[in-house]
Design a protein around this ligand. Structure first.
Ligand code: NAP
Length: 301
């Protein structure tokens, strides 16, 4: 793949794009670049004041809406208003995410908080927006994976990690689950014959608020460790390229997975990335899909 930059992004005028977690890091760059190329961008954020602040710095057509992915009530309320206001949605970038080190925490619905935010909130959101995505010629849904998904394993007997909780492993599992569901979504869209493309991307190691926030509970020492960790990361503008490519580049096919090409996929130009074997296993995909439907009470496809 020749080097892809935002200057090669196709024109986005006339397209409606929804970006979750658009007030910070990769989501903010994604929203900024989509708006710069002409898309109407919905900044889906849990803190609307932070969203409005972010929108001020974006040169283009944006709106800010409240969405807390760790609450299924919030996801339903957000989706109900959005589908009423935007009958056609061209792009959904399921970007928001948390890394939570320290003690196990739970969401408003009682789910492990990383799984709730990174996986279940986005699963429900995608289902609730699907009719409006299917109303356009070739809509895309982009899921945000991570290199941490590669060494993760799902435990179907304990998806909420109630036994032997390890925070970093829970994050890796949440990213594996995101990846499994993105590939399963592609399978289901194809068999339903719907004109929606499900793709995945990961940003390698990118300098954002993600790890400094994860270390907040460890005070000054934690911030020092987080800052040292950031030395090995690439810029957020570069880190956002795989998801922008997945979202907009010509010729992207459902089920593809993009990430950085260099240093064990941690940095560099966009290329096709390697999937964990479990992520491509249809039996695991079917099983996790059924679990996600049951947990969220949102069924589709
Ligand atoms: N940075 C990396 O190296 C890296 C590597 C692999 C994958 N990723 C993935 O990239 C995505 C973006 O992360 P980032 O690195 O850009 O981190 P970030 O700067 O911390 O941004 C995360 C975004 O997610 C939002 N968010 C968190 N919990 C939410 C919730 N319950 N409801 C709605 N929004 C919520 C945050 O909102 P607030 O500002 O209100 O908290 C923020 O806008 C995540 O999915 C992450 O897992 C990042």
């Amino acid at each position: 793949m020749t080097e892809w930059t935002v200057d090669r992004m196709p024109d986005q005028h006339g397209r409606v794009a929804v970006v979750t977690g658009a007030n910070s890091g990769l989501g903010l760059v994604t929203a900024t670049e989509l708006a710069r190329r002409g898309a109407h961008v919905v900044l889906a954020v849990r803190d609307t004041a932070a969203g409005e602040q972010a929108a001020l710095g974006i040169d283009g057509d944006t709106e800010v809406r409240e969405l807390n992915l760790a609450s299924l009530d919030s996801v339903r309320a957000f989706a109900a208003k959005l589908v009423a206001d935007h009958p056609a949605i061209d792009l959904l970038v399921n970007n928001a995410g948390v890394v939570l080190l320290g003690q196990r925490r739970t969401s408003a619905d009682g789910f492990e908080l990383q799984f709730a935010t990174n996986v279940l909130g986005h699963f429900a959101l995608t289902g609730l927006l699907l009719d409006n995505l299917a109303a356009v010629r070739e809509a895309r849904v982009v899921g945000l994976s991570s290199i941490t998904h590669k060494n993760a394993h799902l435990d179907f007997d304990d998806l909420m990690f109630e036994r032997g909780y390890r925070a970093a492993a829970a994050y890796g599992r949440s990213k594996l689950a995101t990846t499994v569901l993105g590939i399963e979504l592609d399978r289901r869209l194809r068999s339903a014959g719907l004109p929606v493309v499900s793709v995945l991307a990961h940003p390698g190691l990118t300098r954002t608020n993600l790890t400094p926030r994860a270390w907040e509970h460890r005070g000054r020492l934690g911030q020092l460790i987080a800052r040292l960790g950031l030395l090995a990361t690439q810029s957020v503008e570069r880190g956002a390229l795989p998801q922008l490519y997945a979202a907009t580049a010509d010729g992207v096919r459902g089920g593809q997975f993009f990430g950085p090409a260099g240093l064990a996929e941690t940095r560099g130009r966009v290329t096709e990335a390697r999937l964990n074997r479990d992520a491509a296993d249809p039996a695991i995909g079917r099983r996790l899909w059924a679990a996600a439907e049951e947990l969220t009470d949102v069924s589709y496809l």
